[in-house]
Design a protein around this ligand. Structure first.
Ligand code: HEC
Length: 449
């Protein structure tokens, strides 16, 4: 038995007890307490416009629109139920466990307004209260990119078979004196792209492999060639928005390096094609801070069929004072819970991230609204739970089968990338030697070698 099991359970109890917003979650809201009227035009439309229609409008990921009174009225009861259960808007981290850029969450008052609106018979209200619907561009979410790289031809994904990992190589020239601040990945066909990883290859090896394969790109494993882009730029997953690198951080580009786009493509049952593009946003502000990606990973995954609560664990210790920029947790279909906890050498542990209802389809990069300080000697512990029972609706095997670590979507993983900046630049060299975390991407502040 792993020693982590006990620690895991108590940590939960501690956090639950301490976190009042979480304790309040899930409790029914009392709609009748305040009888003041709530109308669609006055209170409800602004909530939907701000929190829902980004996805719930024609042509976006959600299956129906919520732009009009008729749309909302028709689904009012379902809306009330998904928001009171915190299923919508989709945001997986538990409130009070880290505060993040782009966090989607309804305020208690908004949930209460919707409940009251439904109880009061869903009145439309006065037309003049209705705000103008938000304007969206269907183009790039971050605006017109400085550089766009697109696959020159569509890649064919067969109807059936194993998942494909395919690497596409591009010569990317970044003008002298410019740095990458953000990158936006756009799939042409969301149905087949399971995720995309952005990497840089300075060795020329990817280019040779590409040339040796007559079809566009070349096959690879889940681990892409080259080095991952830093932080929020590394990975695209369905449902996530592009996030620029935080203040003080930008990505230098080595002249002559290749940009390698690694696509994980998942057959859908019919032949599909994919032709992705990536937009790059540049800045002339060089990085003032250094940033390192640390990896927490547990390869020892072997989950017996029927096991409801299979635990994995990894930890690292930061040897210097750091600031955590963000984290990217990753599991596959039957992952259920994911937790990152900081244990400072003195004082109480605190939560960096807790996802209690993992959904493979809603994986995002969690960039902290403000960097989180960790003092030297702090241990960061990753704990996850996989549910391989038949009751898990996300279990692709019915009846359940033994599941091990692997690259296929139906295999499992448990890992997190953690981006940290040294609190003091002069400590940088000592960060590389963190005890057990492997080092991935590194950005050096300009002027430091
Ligand atoms: C980031 C995109 C996104 C946002 C924001 C979003 N939704 Fe959704 N919604 C979806 C998708 C996609 C589905 C389809 C089911 C799924 O994949 O989870 C969905 C499904 C639903 C459903 C149907 C649930 C079911 O069980 O069939 C309701 C109701 C709903 N959303 C309401 C809302 C409301 C209300 C808001 C705002 C408070 C909202 N959504 C915000 C993407 C979004």
């Amino acid at each position: 038995m792993k020693p982590s099991i006990v620690g895991f359970a108590c940590a939960f109890a501690v956090f639950l007890a301490r976190c009042s917003p979480c304790a309040a979650q899930g409790q029914p809201v009392a709609p009748a307490a305040d009888p003041a009227p709530v109308t669609f035009n006055k209170q409800i439309a602004p909530i939907l416009f701000r929190q829902c229609v980004e996805c719930h409008r024609p042509g976006q990921v959600a299956p129906f629109s919520l732009l009009t009174y008729a749309d909302a009225k028709k689904r009012a009861t379902m809306i009330q139920s998904v928001i009171s259960e915190h299923i919508m808007p989709p945001w997986k981290s538990v409130e009070g466990h880290g505060s993040f850029v782009g966090e989607r969450r309804l305020a208690a008052e908004e949930i209460e307004h919707i409940a009251r609106w439904v109880t009061q018979g869903k009145p439309e209200g006065d037309r003049k209260d209705l705000p103008a619907p938000p304007r969206f561009t269907d183009g790039w979410k971050l605006g017109e990119p400085d550089i766009v790289v697109a696959m020159p031809a569509a890649y064919e994904v067969p109807a059936e078979g194993r998942d494909a990992y395919r690497n596409f190589v591009f010569a990317l020239e970044i003008p002298k004196g410019k740095f990458i601040k953000a990158a936006e990945f756009r799939p042409s066909n969301r149905r087949v792209v399971h995720h995309a990883q952005l990497t840089v290859d300075v060795t020329g090896r990817s280019r040779k492999q590409d040339e040796a394969d007559p079809a566009p790109g070349f096959d690879g494993a889940g681990t892409p060639p080259g080095q991952l882009f830093p932080g929020s730029l590394a990975t695209w997953t369905p449902g996530r928005d592009p996030i620029p690198l935080p203040d003080g951080i930008a990505m230098p580009w080595e002249p002559g390096a290749d940009f390698v786009l690694n696509l994980h493509l998942h057959p859908t049952g019919k032949p599909e094609v994919e032709q992705s593009s990536v937009g790059f946003y540049l800045t002339d502000q060089p990085p003032r801070r250094s940033m390192v990606d640390l990896l927490l990973i547990d390869f020892k995954i072997d989950i017996p069929p029927g096991e409801r609560s299979y635990r994995t664990r990894a930890e690292l210790r930061v040897p210097i004072d750091v600031e955590v920029v963000g984290s990217f947790p990753h599991m596959h279909l039957i992952g259920r819970e994911f937790k990152l906890t900081a244990y400072p050498p003195k004082g109480e542990p605190f939560s960096l991230l807790w996802i209690d209802d993992w959904d493979f389809n809603w994986q995002v990069y969690y960039q902290y609204a403000a960097p989180v300080k960790l003092v030297a000697g702090t241990r960061v512990v990753m704990e996850s739970v996989h549910d391989n029972s038949a009751d898990n609706i996300h279990n692709p095997n019915q009846p359940p089968k033994r599941v091990r670590w692997g690259e296929q979507t139906t295999d499992e993983m448990s890992l997190a990338f953690l981006q940290v900046m040294p609190a003091r630049e002069e400590d940088f060299e000592r960060l590389g030697v963190s005890e057990r975390g492997g080092t991935l991407g590194v950005i050096r502040a300009v002027g430091r070698k």
